[in-house]
Design a protein around this ligand. Sequence first.
Ligand code: NAP
Length: 292
Amino acid sequence: MSGRGRLITGTTRVLCILGHPIAHSLSPVMHNRAIEALGLDYVYVAFDVAPQELGRAVQGLRALGVAGATVTIPHKEAVLAFVDEMEESVRWTGAANTLVMRQDGALVATNTDVDGVRGALQAAGLRPAGGKAVVLGAGGAARAIVAALVQEGCRHIVVLNRSPERARRLVEELAPRASPCLLEADALSEQSLRRHLADAQLLCHATPTGMHPHGDQSPVPRELVRPPLAVLDAVYRPARTRLLAQALAQGCRVASGVDWLVCQGVEAFQRWTGHRPDPALLKGALMEVLEP
Ligand code: NAP
């Protein structure tokens, strides 16, 4: 990287994100910062791909020799119809957030959100092994959390969701993989929160509650968030959500959605380029564009 900026030449490899809409994605900021810092000959760009164009877009990645891609809403599940291989993380989550073009030309789907959750927990010094966790939400983020907690040796996970049948479906699907970890489903309500948080060590939030522009909302009554409970919030906009602020004010340990976003990005970048960027660098790039 010179003072005149990065030189894009005939050898520059392309990385990209496929989503719809895509203009507000933070991934280009994060990955281009990593490319610059490591002095690599890559560029990361965003493509707005309408759902009916997804198959042609993935064919385009193959035809153009794109090195790798991030996949985001609404394509995370639909993209699986167009890949050659799916890794274990995709079997847990039913979705991919990353495509890797292997040397032999195979397009491999993976889900680095599972690594992202594990990385965010580790960065915060949280060790779920042997403990009980409560997960709010039953969508893609919740599935990544359940996978990560099982891999970390969690003993008991309760999934609470607004639509209880979706939580039950998640538990039915994942329980065989999760054993010996006990998975349970329940409806999300103040009573169920009170009951299940009473003996839990970790609360993981995976719904959009509290996301910008609703940053004044929290998914949990304040009095239920207190030590020894630790908190992971998937929401990263704002960086310090109301839930995390409540938890910090009570002296709870927290892992943020920004750290999750950074850690999933580090894993994806390493898979694409063989280089592992410094998480602090990626976090710095994100914090320049995020609301505090
Ligand atoms: P999703 O698959 O659409 O699932 C959304 C979940 O939130 C569902 O369980 C849904 O419940 C619940 N929900 C939605 N609105 C709600 C409300 N008003 N009150 C209570 N529950 C509500 O979404 P997702 O991909 O799992 O993402 C969830 C959140 O995680 C988003 O904010 C996303 O930005 C964040 N996320 C962050 C990262 C990161 O890197 N930090 C990665 C992935 C996701 P129903 O089933 O009842 O509809």
